[in-house]
Design a protein around this ligand. Sequence first.
Ligand SMILES: Nc1ncnc2c1ncn2[C@@H]1O[C@H](COP(=O)(O)OP(=O)(O)OP(=O)(O)O)[C@@H](O)[C@H]1O
Length: 312
Amino acid sequence: MIRTSGLSKKYGDMFAIKDINLDLGEGDLFGFIGPNGAGKTTTMRIIATLLEPSWGEAYVCGHAVQLNPKEIRRLVGYMPDFFGVYDDMTVIEYLEFFAAAYRINGPARRKRCDEMLEIVDLDFKRDAYANTLSRGQTQRLGLARTLLHDPQVLLLDEPLSGLDPRARIEMRNLLRKLGQMGKTIIVSSHILPELADICNKVGIIDRGVLEVNATVNDVMRQVREYNVLVVQPAEIVDLSKMSDLLEGHPKVRGVEVGDSEIRVILNRDVEDYSDLPALLIQSGIRVRQFREEELNLESAFMALTKGTAVRM
Ligand SMILES: Nc1ncnc2c1ncn2[C@@H]1O[C@H](COP(=O)(O)OP(=O)(O)OP(=O)(O)O)[C@@H](O)[C@H]1O
C-alpha cells in the first residue's frame, strides 16, 4: 500500500530525511515516532504528493508520487498537524463544504457527512459552530474531513497532540477502529507510549534517519537480547555519579538517569551481571533495589535506540 525506497529530502546542506525505506500493507497501523524536526511531516507530505523528494521513490498502491499525483490524492487522506476551521460554519456545513470539493453531490453528500460524523462520534455537535469545538472535537472533525472521500491510506500528523487524557483515549480507539476497517495508516507522534499499544508496526526517526523500523513483535523479539536493570539507591545520592560508575563498563550498553533510580541497559546477550552491584557498593553507594526490568515496548525501544527514544 505504501512503499518508499531511499526517500530523501534535502534543504540546502541539511537532510530533512535521508534514505527512508518503508513497506506498509493493508491494515497496517504504523506508529511514526520522532522528536520535533525529525522528519515525520516531511515524509508524510512527500507520500501525500504535497512535497517533492530530492531523491528516492515513494509509491501508494503501486502509483509513484511523482508520476501519478492525481490518483494518489484520491487514495490518500492527509491530516496535517494544524488545520484551521472556518468561522461562521457549523460542523455539518464544514464537512459538506469539503465533500463538495471532493465532488460528492446530491443526497449522497449529506449521507456521507452524517456517516463520517457517526464514525468520529461527533453527530451530537453537527449544528454547533466549528470554531466552538474543543481541541479533541476539532481533531475528530479533521479526521472526519480526511475520511470523506473514503481513502484507503491515511496519513495523520500528530492527531493526539494537545488532547486531554480522555480525548486521547477516544482518538486512539478511533484509530484502532480505522485500522480494523483495513485502512493503511501512518500516525505520527513525538511520544512513544501513546502509540505503542495501538500500532502493529513502528518506526523511530531521529534527525531524518529511520533508526528503528519493524513490527512491534520483531522489536520485542530483538530486544529480549538486551536486559535492562533498574537500580535504586537506599539513600539520596547523585544519580549521575551512579550512572558514571556503570556507563563505561564493558557489559553496559547505556544508562538512563530517572528521578529516583537509574536504568542500566546491558549489552546483547549479557546474562551474568553480578559484578555490577559490587561496583556501586565499593564506591560507598548503598543499593535498595537491583532488579531486571519487566519488558515493555517503551523500554524495548529505549534499548534499541540506546536511549534516544525516551529523551524525545
Ligand atoms: N521548507 C523548509 N525549508 C528548510 N528546512 C525545512 C523545511 N521544512 C522542514 N525543514 C526542516 O526539515 C527538518 C524536518 O522537519 P519536519 O517538519 O519533517 O519534522 P517533524 O518530525 O514533522 O517535526 P514536528 O514534530 O516538529 O512537526 C527540520 O529540521 C525542519 O526544520
